[in-house]
Structure formats: C-alpha cells, structure tokens
Design a protein around this ligand. Structure first.
Ligand SMILES: [Zn+2]
Length: 706
C-alpha cells in the first residue's frame, strides 16, 4: 500500500476535546479532501479516536463526539473515494482519558500500585477489559471500508517501568503457570525476564486479536519495524516509525534499518517545528529533505497536520493553512521525482551494520515496548539520562552509522532476520552485539571463512540469551582473542603503539570514556593498538582538570585494544571498547577517524564524492525500468530552516567503482542523466571508476544510469 513517491501521506491530528464548546464541529469532509487532492496528498491518516477517548464516528461502544455533525468517518471515506485518496483511521490505544476516568481498574499500575503516567496521559492496560472495548471499536471502524487502521501508543511504557503490575496482569501471569509476579524491576532476575516475555506476548496476542477484529483491513502501529520482534512485523501490513527533523542522521539510520526488512514502510514526522505540539510550521524545504532521505531508501515520510480545535481545516491564516502550502510544495516536488522512486531492490551497499534483536532480548528479557520511547538520538542530544533508555548498545551502532555516513561508505543496516543476505557484503560490523543466536554465529563464521570481513566491538557475543556474561566470546576463534575480564575504569586510552594504523593515527594515545574488555590475543593475532589505564580514577580527592589524569605510562600496556586476525579467506578486526558510542556520545573525532581507517582496510571504497560531509549518496535499483539511480542528498542544515541559495553545492564530483555499478544494475547502461531535470551527464571512465560532475545540487537530485 505504500509505494515510494506515489504514496504521499498527511497525518491529520484531529483532536476535539469535549470541554471545548463546539469542538470539531466546523469540520467539512468535502472541503478538506478537495484541499488534500489539490496538495497531491494520496493518503489521509486521520484521528478517529484520540487520546481524550473521543470517537469521530458513529460508535455503539465508546464516547462519540457530542459536536460531530453526522458521521465524520463516513463522510471522509465518501469524499476520499471521489478523489482517489486512501483513508487510514488513527486509533489511540494506550491513552484514552474518557475510558480511564470511568474505569480506573483498567489502568496500568506500577509495583507500588500507582498509575503509570506520562505528562497528562495515563496508560491503560491490555490485560484488562479495555482490550475488549478496543477490539469492539476497531471492528466498528473496519466496517467503514477504510484503507487501513493506524494504531498509536501500543506499548508498555519504558521510562523506568517497562511493566504493569495491575490485577489483570497478575492474574494472567498466574494463568501462564507462574507462581507470583516479580516485586521489583530487575533485568537479571529470571522471573522478571519471564515477566517481560509475558508482556511481549500480551502485545502479540493483542495484535493477533486486532487482526481478527478488523478482518482484511490493513493495519499497523506506531513503532513497528525498528528493533521489534519479527512476529509483530509480520502481523502488521507495513512498518511505521517516528523520526523527526532536524535529526536527519537518525532518519537516515532508521531508513536504512527499515529498508532491510523488505516490507513497505513510512517514517512519521511532524508538520510543525519541533515536535507535535508546537504551532510553528515546518518549512517545505525541511519536508523535502526528509522526503529525499526516506524515498532514497525506498520508503517515505508522512507529515503531521494540525487543524484548529474547531475542526475547520480550511481556516485562513491558521497553522493548518500554512501547512497546506508547505505540504503542497513538498509533494509537488516529490511527484516530479516519482518516476525514479519505488520499485527498487534492496542491494544498496557493500558494508553492513548488524543491529540484532537478540541483543535486546539478552539485555532485557524480551520486548514490551513497541517503539516511540526508542528515540535515543534525540534523548542523547538533549542530555537525558541514558539509564532511562537502557539501550546503550544502539549508541555504538549510531556512532558507526554517523561515521560511515560522512565517508561515502555504501552500507546497510541489517538484523538477524536478513542474515542470509550476508554473502553480498565485503564487511559486516557488529557494534557491541552482546548476544547472537548460535545459528547467526555459525553464519558469520562461514561468511568470514569464505572471504567476508568482520569488525566487532566490546562485548559482542560475550553474553548468553539469559543476559549473563559467559566465559568467552562465541566468536573468540574469529576474533583471535580470549575474554579475561571487564574493566570498570571511567576512561581508557587507546595507544597506537606507533604502527599499523595509517592516516596519521600513529603514536596517538586517545581517551575513550567507555568500559573496556580485557582480552588475551591468540598466537598469530596481529595487535594494532593497546589499551592503557588512567594514571588514577578522577575523584574528588584526586581531581584533575581533564577527564582522567592521562594514560599511565609507568606500567606496561598488557591488553590489546584493537586486533586483526585472518580466518579462512577473510579478516576479523576486534575493538575492545565501544568506539562508535565514544564518537556518538563524546564527539571523539579520533574515534571516528579510527572507525573510517579500519573500515577502509577491509572494504572496497565503491563510492566517493567531493563533499562527503554534506552529501549522502545512496544507490537504488529499479529493476523493471532497467535503471540504477544514485541519490544525492544535500544535508544543507542540522536545524529546521529553509534552503538558501548559499546552501547549494556547486561542481559536485562523484566517482563510483564501475564494476560495482554494473553488478548492481545487472548490465551496462546506454545513457546517464540527471533527474528530474533530464540533463545528460558525461561519464569519465578512469582506472575502473566512473567519474561524474554535477554543476549544481540543491536539496536532492538523482544520477540515473539507464
Ligand atoms: Zn496490567
């Protein structure tokens, strides 16, 4: 149902609380759908039950808006059909204040019996009779022949709870054969881990029952796809994740991850700057940048819109009116590009980052949170405590992503479900992937034996499914090192020992403010750098201006920091510290430089550009049209602001490995041009590379090999 370029969505946050007299009564379905059609919108996601619990259709089950004239959903479906626009009904799952006020026994509870609240919203539990209430409403909505149902707030909240301790959960947990519920939150407690699995099962069974309630109506929920269990992905008809401008690096990360799942996907982003609740309109140029990033990976971005409380979507001089202009501008721009979007295959890189689901299972026992709280990128930037989001392993992955993004490396993000695609890669990166299932370990072993390369950091494969540290890495033989112990110093130093690492990194001693693993190298393992400990830990009594007192040079460095090992026909690099996390959290340029240096040693540089820090290059294959499309995205800003003439890139030079391009396209090309302008391009072939110069790049352009 989501086709890149042709699916152009508006996510209408139609909220009309009962306390406001006449709320929502000015809504005119015909006028709104006409306006959407004129804005090139092809899919409307509209609130049909909001967080207040107010339904905008004729419900026999819940609270219908007192001010709604006629049947809003029926009117929308009818008007949308006339314009060929899809209708997706938004339904708030976890938050429903109308129900919560009347049925306190249906609310989630903390271990102390308190309600589970975030801001003004109180979570309802799926192990209460609220489940039947929702299923009945979803069944009603499906009868309207909508094109899809869009569920929001489907999760057990994470912020320090990750659980519900209500009577319903207690009873069902007993029914699962357990003696009693855990009394406190402890991820190392086997009972607690089974409890997290039980909550995961609760969400799975809710999705399965939703499928029964809505029949063949497609549905999805906010957060599905990104690090969620395969069974959730399979029940839902498309993947759906939030990522907001100006976090374009996060949007790029999630696009890469979602494209690897081989399901249709969208990234939801506000039509306001910043977040969902402001009234400042997001500029059309920001929307274009978000569309460029997502569609260049085969998905799309869907924009929020914010009608006034009265419901008059066409009110002049409103936020909505300004959003209408911006969305029209952005979608007109996208429509011009649509012939070169969509219908793409999934081979877009020769390097992969493996971000596994199993590591999450090992750390937390299972999945009880369906996304949304997972926006580590923003929370890290805002300086929020990371223990509120116990997802430190993802930060290592994000650091590698950010580093590779600015080096023109062509890479994908995969998980264990797409492990069979390993064979196409030169290099697979394992950023602190603490538990990998035995079959995945076996596939990695065979990948390296046959000539693939690995780069692994820190505690990769050191943990078991039960979340405990094992005696050695499951991949110890490949790493060429044995595990000895974890080091708990607050800072470690990588000592380049004056050799092996090129690019001006010799003789450098660089701090890494991360935990380290002490390892012993096997005979025949090449040691590229050593670990050094600080002179002393930084404490109140041993205060030193810098972070740590500097490396201790009095005692010999005993433990390797970076090693290299030949295994079969391939090579394995092991790094004892989470180097990506150091780069991502502490902006260590040396960490990024080491990542890029090592990556270049074990993978082919298939692409290069004259502006690697500004331009993101991705490669997509349109098999049916016989086209290979190189997307050029100008990350012109890290803020939310319009594109200026000064942001253009002139005389952008790109070069590609010709053999790689031919293999990706599945043959040679007849012509090369710039899209959507159709300007012919000259390709200079030199030493096995294709070089092209583009005189001007604004936000996005495509080099098409046809
Ligand atoms: Zn509960």
């Amino acid at each position: 149902m989501i086709t890149s370029g042709k699916y152009r969505g508006e996510h209408c946050i139609f909220v009309a609380p009962e306390w406001y007299p006449g709320a929502g009564s000015a809504f005119d379905a015909n006028a709104y759908l006409q306006s959407l059609a004129e804005s090139y919108v092809t899919a409307l996601q509209i609130y049909i039950k909001d967080h207040h619990g107010i339904a905008y259709y004729n419900t026999q089950v819940g609270k219908q808006s007192s001010y709604m004239k006629g049947d809003l959903l029926a009117d929308v479906v009818k008007a949308a059909k006339e314009h060929g626009i899809q209708v997706l009904a938004y339904y708030s799952v976890g938050w429903d204040n109308w129900v919560a006020e009347r049925n306190p026994e249906w609310l989630m509870r903390t271990p102390d019996g308190e309600h589970v609240k975030i801001g003004l919203w109180t979570y309802l539990c799926y192990n209460s009779a609220y489940r039947e209430y929702m299923l009945a409403q979803l069944h009603e909505i499906a009868q309207y022949k909508v094109d899809g149902i869009w569920l929001d707030i489907l999760r057990y909240p994470q912020m320090g709870f990750r659980a519900c301790f209500c009577d319903g959960c207690r009873q069902k947990f007993l029914d699962h054969g357990e003696a009693e519920m855990p009394r406190s939150i402890n991820f190392r407690d086997p009972v607690y881990r089974r409890y997290v699995r039980f909550l995961e099962h609760t969400l799975t069974s809710f999705l399965q029952e939703t499928r029964l309630a809505v029949g063949s109506t497609p549905f999805s929920f906010n957060g599905v796809g990104f690090l969620t269990p395969k069974k959730w992905n399979e029940i839902c008809d498309w993947n759906n994740v939030e990522s907001h401008a100006p976090e374009h690096v996060d949007q790029s990360y999630k696009s890469r991850y979602l494209s690897g799942l081989r399901q249709p996907w969208e990234i939801l982003t506000p039509g306001t700057a910043v977040g969902w609740t402001t009234w400042t309109v997001k500029p059309a140029d920001t929307m274009k940048l978000e569309l460029a990033i997502t569609t260049s990976y085969g998905g799309t971005a869907t924009f929020g819109s914010n009608p006034p409380i009265g419901g008059d979507t066409e009110k002049p001089n409103s936020t909505m009116a300004a959003q209408r202009q911006c969305i029209r501008d952005a979608y007109s721009w996208l429509k011009d590009r649509s012939p070169w979007l969509g219908g793409t295959s999934y081979r877009n890189g020769n390097v992969a980052i493996l971000q596994s689901i199993s590591t999450e299972v090992s750390l937390f026992g299972g999945h009880s949170n369906g996304g949304l709280d997972q926006d580590l990128f923003r929370s890290t930037k805002l300086g929020e405590p990371l223990e509120a989001y116990p997802r430190e392993v993802i930060l290592d992955s994000l650091g590698f992503h950010r580093s590779l993004l600015s080096s023109d490396t062509q890479y994908e993000i995969i998980n264990e479900y797409s492990i069979d695609r390993l064979l196409g890669f030169d290099l697979v990166i394992l950023p602190d992937q603490r538990w990998l299932a035995p079959e995945v370990v076996e596939k990695l072993r065979s990948f390296v034996r046959n000539g693939g390369n690995l780069l692994a950091t820190n505690r990769t494969t050191l943990y078991g499914e039960d979340g405990n540290v094992k005696n050695n890495f499951a991949l110890s033989e490949l790493f060429g090192v044995d595990y000895l112990d974890l080091s708990l110093c607050d800072v470690h130093y990588i000592d380049m020992i004056g050799r092996k690492l090129a690019n001006g990194l010799q003789e450098t001693v660089t701090p890494v403010r991360q935990p380290a693993v002490k390892v012993k190298a096997h005979p025949g393992t090449d040691i590229l750098a050593m670990l050094r400990w600080p002179d002393s830990q930084r404490t109140q009594s041993r205060f030193y201006f810098h972070e740590g007192s500097g490396p201790d040079h009095r005692t010999p460095a005993l433990y390797p920091a970076i090693t290299s090992r030949v295994y079969g026909k391939g090579r394995v690099i092991y790094i004892a510290v989470p180097l990506g996390r150091e780069y991502f959290v502490h902006h260590s340029l040396t960490a990024s430089q080491i990542i890029r240096t090592l990556t270049a040693q074990v993978s082919r540089p298939v692409a290069a550009s004259s502006h690697p820090r500004r331009v993101e290059m991705t490669l997509m294959h349109q098999k049916e049209a016989g086209r290979l499309v190189v997307h050029l995205i100008n990350h012109y800003t890290t803020e939310i602001e319009p594109f200026l003439e000064a942001d253009k890139i002139e005389n952008l030079r790109i070069s590609w490995d010709k053999e790689y391009l031919v293999a990706c396209k599945g043959g040679n090309w007849q012509k090369v041009y710039l899209a959507p302008t159709n300007i012919p391009l000259t390709v200079i072939e030199r030493e096995g590379r294709c070089e092209i110069e583009i005189s001007r790049l604004d936000i996005h352009a495509m080099v098409v090999f046809e």
